[in-house]
Design a binder for this molecule. Structure first.
Ligand SMILES: NC(=O)c1ccc[n+]([C@@H]2O[C@H](COP(=O)([O-])OP(=O)(O)OC[C@H]3O[C@@H](n4cnc5c(N)ncnc54)[C@H](O)[C@@H]3O)[C@@H](O)[C@H]2O)c1
Length: 443
């Protein structure tokens, strides 16, 4: 008998029911992976439009094919719902809801707590609850545990199992497959850990058990702080080497030939996405409770958030060389998504660049094949409704300056070189193109 069949006192895999709460960039791929492996998955979301889309076999995430959703629906392995009462029959509930910062840049775990309150009344004895949202150490065994216990009358580690397992999704990376990314798991008790390891073993090849929920939470933060600090380092070197006339991209490409002790990180116009600009500050906030400062995190944040201003200075200098001012110039920002080959523009530095340029009087447009129109958001409401320009010679040649903010691989950069009078490249996207002398500046 396999350990899968033993899950929750003899529930076989084909009858195993998993509820995944939050059907976003993390929850949806996870739901599909469990469904593919034979579990019966119900995806729960408060956003009814996502629920309707999934039940129609439609995808709202670029790198997830509608057909993948449809085939799991047809196999009766996947279903979406807004009705939390289906948690009553669940063997496991996995929470993948947002963990943003509030307007004072402090952790906002209200989505986690709200989810805890919603699931608690429907929780049965013996159910496993796993949190996947990135957060500070203590969220699972203090905050989430408290709201579930208060609203269910059940006790963690006694009546229900509780664990934390951070998500390691890398959208847009074709080599990043949920099943093959090792999964760190920490439990509230030893039994909780064992349940969580058994659950993830259904769908993921390698499980990495750790001694507690807090260690698992801290592991995810280490991974993201590591990225933030290393990106800050290469961003700082970009500015220093740039002043010396040395191309930091050439330096990094040479350095990464070292077979040990070096890992390449690349500079950019500023941090973007739902993780790296946000998660490290979850740790900073929690560290203050212990009277500790997180100097690396603060410094990295300072350097990375200064990057858009640096890029704008480069834009102004470049226009100046052409006897133009930022004010009145037509500037096209290429790439609105925060990283290549995704349609996710949350926290994208492109918004900051566009806003800074507009504040200086530029006439700003953007091109992004994956973001045809800017949806309304709280943070960038002034850009809502703006549409991507079309990609053709007449349009591209009509701009005074092109600013490459994101290097989507579907963009034809040689066409850009052939059509655009002048390009500022923050991503080394023009490296392999034929360009006129002085036509491309790196920033
Ligand atoms: N996107 C990534 O690449 C990535 C990678 C690793 C970790 N994470 C972490 O995973 C978590 C989720 O991120 P995401 O990118 O999937 O977010 P997302 O915004 O794409 O999806 C979250 C979903 O949760 C839903 N939701 C919010 N509150 C809810 C509630 N109370 N009940 C049910 N559904 C609710 C939202 O409607 C949304 O569909 C975050 O903590 C994030 O930091 C994200």
């Amino acid at each position: 008998m396999s350990r899968l069949v033993e899950f929750r006192g003899g529930v076989s895999l084909t009858s195993m029911k998993i509820c995944i709460v939050g059907l976003g960039y993390v929850g949806l791929p996870l739901a599909i992976q469990f469904a593919r492996c034979g579990a019966n998955v119900v995806g729960l979301d408060i956003d009814a439009s996502k629920v309707v889309a999934i039940n129609r076999g439609e995808s709202y995430i670029k790198h997830i094919a509608a057909e993948t959703i449809a085939e799991n629906l047809r196999a009766n392995k996947l279903l979406a719902s807004t009705d939390f009462s289906c948690i009553r029959q669940a063997d496991a509930v996995i929470i993948c809801v947002p963990t943003p910062l509030n307007k004072n840049r402090e952790p906002d775990i209200s989505y986690i707590l709200d989810t805890g309150r919603r699931i608690a009344p429907h929780l049965s004895k013996g159910t496993l609850v796993v949190l996947e949202s990135t957060t500070y150490p203590g969220t699972t065994d203090e905050d989430l545990r408290r709201v579930i216990e208060e609203n269910s009358g059940l006790k963690a580690g006694v009546d229900f199992y509780l664990a934390f397992s951070p998500e390691r999704e890398d959208p847009g990376n074709p080599n990043s497959v949920v099943a093959t990314i090792p999964k760190v798991v920490g439990g509230f008790t030893r039994a909780c850990l064992e349940k969580a390891v058994a659950l993830y073993s259904i769908a993921i090849k390698q499980i990495v058990p750790v001694s507690s929920c807090r260690v698992a939470e801290a592991t995810k933060l280490l991974e993201n702080v590591f990225r933030s600090v290393n990106i800050a380092l290469v961003n700082e070197l970009k500015v220093i080497y740039g002043a010396m006339g040395i191309d930091v991209w050439e330096v990094i490409n040479a350095a990464k030939t070292k077979p040990f002790g070096f890992m390449a990180f690349y500079p950019g116009p500023g941090l973007g996405g739902h993780c790296i600009p946000i998660d490290p500050f979850y740790l900073s906030w929690k560290a203050r409770e212990y009277g500790r400062n997180t100097r690396f995190i603060e410094l990295a944040g300072e350097i990375n958030t200064a990057m858009p201003e640096y890029v704008i200075r480069c834009v102004a200098d470049a226009l100046n060389q052409h006897a133009k001012a930022v004010k009145g110039s037509r500037i096209l920002v290429v790439g609105l998504a925060y990283k290549p080959d995704v349609d996710d523009e949350r926290e994208s530095p492109s918004y900051v660049l566009m806003t800074l340029l507009r504040e200086r009087g530029a006439d700003v447009e953007y091109y992004d094949p994956y973001v045809p129109i800017i949806k309304p958001t709280r943070e960038h409401s002034q850009w809502a409704g703006k549409e991507s320009v079309r990609w053709n010679e007449a349009v591209i040649a009509s701009f005074d300056l092109i600013l490459i903010a994101t290097n989507h691989s579907v963009i034809d950069y040689q066409e850009l070189a052939d059509w655009a009078p002048f390009i500022i490249d923050t991503r080394n996207a023009m490296a392999d193109t034929r360009v006129a002398p002085g036509q491309v500046w790196k920033a």
